[in-house]
Design a protein around this ligand. Structure first.
Ligand code: 4AD
Length: 561
């Protein structure tokens, strides 16, 4: 406790041994700083004037009067500290006032009730996409609050989202003051009644119109505070957290644009296949045969028997050729590889087709035509505006695609100094890993049809090149920034050759009896391919990873939501 004396007070300061927290200003218990000494003395209700305070500081074990400059400095520090204290008090006071005001406003808002005016024309419920054709009409629109803003006392804007578009809605007067209005949070669902009007000249809004609201209702409130959507999926959140919250992330502009364009792309593939006369089939996903090697199979128990999730529907598509002619399927494939790369998923949408009585060149032409036609379809679709937002610099690939044999690829790698991990050159027969393949594709900078891989590094069903039986009639379509988007080939058409292939790969032919029968009951030259939809989208929509090109990605360590 600082005590006053008739002739002012003396306070002791020891910069080494004193303490501003526990010191009281005596020789036995000095302060650490002169600022704290003055502050304590003048705020301790002693009625003491700052200039009456005398300070003694410890120097070399002696108590001496503080220097004039030292006292002036301490006084300056004291004045600043007082100012700060005052500001803090004012702030606290204002906060308390605001809180009381807010509580009062909330209480008042509960008394405000808005009523529908039944003298107005009856409102027709519409989707936002139909706003233009309903201009001038009284309508009701339901949706989610995408954004909102209060302007002045009596004006509030809501940007409503209903999946078909966005609508600017204007609320005025009492409608902005109800409890639901003053507590409205993003992502709440509302129904808004009003008249659709063209926005005044010089103003902009989605679609060029706005809803002048005359009545509204809250359907489902969304939480604020820590639970608010903006706190759940902030821009700084880690990718893992965003995948946990993917059910909320997909409501956002970018993720929903990708999903819309995914829809347009699927339609593009179906339109192309339809134009080419292919039938769509839906093969089973629970299977007992492998297509692309045992290491990437997901195993499970099927009524006590060993079964797998399909790696590819190719073998089933081949069985459809004699029944339906050319066929395709768009369905999920599963790969159990523990790949944490930006182009691998454990479950992906596989677009596969099988074509009868074709040559290898026909297959390559088909692939080129398909990729270009689907791109054209998406760019001309009603989803195209979203495309421009995601990938404004996209240049559609030029035909014809570069066709490059595997052996020329090996030569390209060597000519360009791209070596194996152990520093040696790539040689014929090597399986070129992703990284060097990407380097080559990125350097060439255009789609490549990479053809004719050696038999040993390709799947058992691939047909040998009649001109060089060390090779297969196979193709990978490689795209800059993404890598392989398509794997395809001509298939073995000869029964004896197929049986030899099973043997070479150590595959038990018995569960494949139905596939083998295709070569027995009227064989044909045929070929086909599989395209990973998410890789195609990652390329077209300029996404960093395939994980952002599907609804709920599956990869090692993630199987939810
Ligand atoms: O090259 P793949 O393994 O070929 C097959 O499955 C053939 N049976 C298809 C056929 O001829 N019908 O896979 C084909 C394509 C790849 O080019 C790639 O785009 C995609 O499927 N793909 C994957 N996409 C995402 N994650 C994975 N783990 C993928 N594995 C393959």
């Amino acid at each position: 406790m600082v005590e006053s004396k008739p002739d002012g007070i003396i306070l002791f300061v020891d910069e080494t041994a004193g303490s501003d927290e526990s010191g009281v200003g005596t020789e036995a218990s000095p302060f650490k700083t002169a600022v704290a000494a003055i502050l304590k003395a003048s705020t301790a209700n002693t009625g003491i004037n700052v200039d009456e305070i005398k300070i003694k500081v410890k120097k070399e074990s002696e108590w001496t009067d503080i220097s004039k400059a030292g006292f002036k400095k301490a006084k300056g520090g004291f004045e600043n500290a007082i100012k700060k204290l005052r500001k803090e008090e004012e702030k606290k006071h204002k906060e308390a006032e605001d809180k009381a005001g807010e509580e009062k406003r909330l209480e008042e808002s509960k008394k405000i009730v808005i009523k529908m005016d039944y003298n107005l024309p009856q409102a027709k419920q519409i989707k936002i996409r139909d706003s233009t054709s309903n201009r001038g009409q009284r309508v009701v629109v339901c949706g989610w609050v995408h954004r909102h803003r209060v302007q002045g006392k009596d004006l509030m804007f809501i940007w409503l989202r209903d999946g078909t578009g966005f609508l600017q809605c204007v609320l005025t007067g009492q409608m902005c003051h109800t409890y639901n209005a003053v507590t409205l949070q993003l992502e709440s669902t509302v129904s808004l009644y009003g008249t659709l009007k063209e926005v005044p000249a010089g103003k902009t809004a989605p679609g060029g119109h706005e809803l002048q609201v005359d009545y509204w209702e809250l359907i489902g409130a969304a939480p604020g505070g820590d639970e608010a959507i903006t706190n759940k999926i902030s821009a700084e959140a880690s990718p893992d957290l965003l995948y946990d919250q993917r059910h909320l992330v997909i409501r956002g502009d970018t993720a929903s644009a990708v999903l819309r364009l995914r829809h347009a792309t699927l339609r593009g593939f179906r339109a192309f296949f339809d134009k080419k006369g292919l039938y769509e089939v839906t093969p089973p996903l629970m299977v007992q045969t492998q297509v692309e090697g045992g290491s990437t199979l997901f195993h499970f128990q099927y009524y006590g028997e060993e079964a797998y999730l399909t790696q590819s529907s190719q073998l089933y598509l081949e069985t459809c050729l004699p029944a339906l002619g050319d066929v395709y399927c768009i369905t999920e494939s599963f790969r159990a590889e523990k790949s944490h790369t930006r182009r691998h998923l454990a479950e992906y949408t596989h677009i596969e087709a099988e074509l009868a009585f074709i040559t290898f060149n026909d297959l390559l032409d088909f692939l080129e035509d398909m990729v270009c036609s689907v791109v054209d379809f998406v760019l001309a679709s009603k989803e195209a505006p979203y495309f421009k937002e995601l990938h404004k610099d996209f240049v559609p690939p030029k035909r014809p695609f570069r066709r490059m044999d595997y052996s020329d690829g090996i030569k390209w790698l060597n000519d360009n100094g791209i070596k194996k991990e152990d520093g040696s050159d790539y040689v014929f027969g090597d399986d070129i890993p992703e990284a060097p393949e990407r380097k080559m594709t990125d350097a060439i900078g255009e789609p490549i049809m990479f053809c004719r891989f050696p038999v040993e590094i390709k799947s058992f069903y691939m047909k040998r090149d009649p001109k060089d039986t060390k090779l297969t009639e196979s193709v990978d379509v490689l795209i800059p920034n993404v890598g392989e988007i398509v794997g395809g080939s001509m298939r073995i058409s000869d029964l004896a050759e197929l049986l030899a292939a099973y043997k070479r790969e150590g595959i038990d032919p018995s569960p494949y009896y139905w596939f083998t029968d295709q070569r027995k009951y009227g064989t044909c030259e045929h070929g086909g391919f599989g395209l990973g939809l998410e890789r195609f989208l990652a390329w077209m929509l300029n996404r960093y990873t395939v994980r952002d090109c599907c609804l709920y990605p599956r990869f090692p360590g993630r199987a939810q939501p």
